[in-house]
Design a protein around this ligand. Sequence first.
Ligand code: SF4
Ligand code: SF4
Length: 202
Amino acid sequence: MAQRFSVMEVVDALAVDEAPYDNLEASVRVIRNPPRDKDGLCLQPDDASAEREVIMNENRQRFAGHFKYADMYVGIGRTHDEQTRYNCGRCNQEAKTKCQLLYETTKGVPFQLTPEALQAGSCGDWENKCAGDPEMRLALKSLESAGFGIALNGIGFSCGRCPFAEAARRPDSRGRGGYCRLGDFTTFYSACCVLNGAPTKE
Ligand code: SF4
Ligand code: SF4
């Protein structure tokens, strides 16, 4: 029979768990500082070992957490564009050429997407269109905080279009053939993150 605890015993136990954690003898995390080139970007090591993939996996997860990186295996799947464009016209927030999430000048007034933005505009909140994911008219996020931009290439964004990417010395075990020099990990052409450096229209 399962052991039963009184309410006060549970409260006491939780109180102990939530006390400030100050174990000075505990291990501490390392701060990574991979080798960098003169331009300050990471230098890709010639190492395709499993140990190296563990490090890159951690680095990739960091980008997924902080910079919304997504590919078909890492990050939030709905924010990966297998068509490698991430453009407004194919975003779940787009409805009748208006963005339901962003405003341009007045909160509550949806951002009007130009034909150019529909083709090559994007922001950090892109997600693919999905009938099972209703949106709400909010228009509460500014263009600046969403990182909105229109790609000069007229097509859109992706790691393959980012100046911080270069070819991987060797594809990793999932077939990622690119290398992100900002985050020190292998990536797919179709992946993306909010740090994408593709030139945008002023
Ligand atoms: S501005 Fe951002 S959220 Fe709005 S439609 Fe474009 S990509 Fe989607
Ligand atoms: S290559 Fe560019 S877009 Fe891709 S993860 Fe790195 S910084 Fe982001």
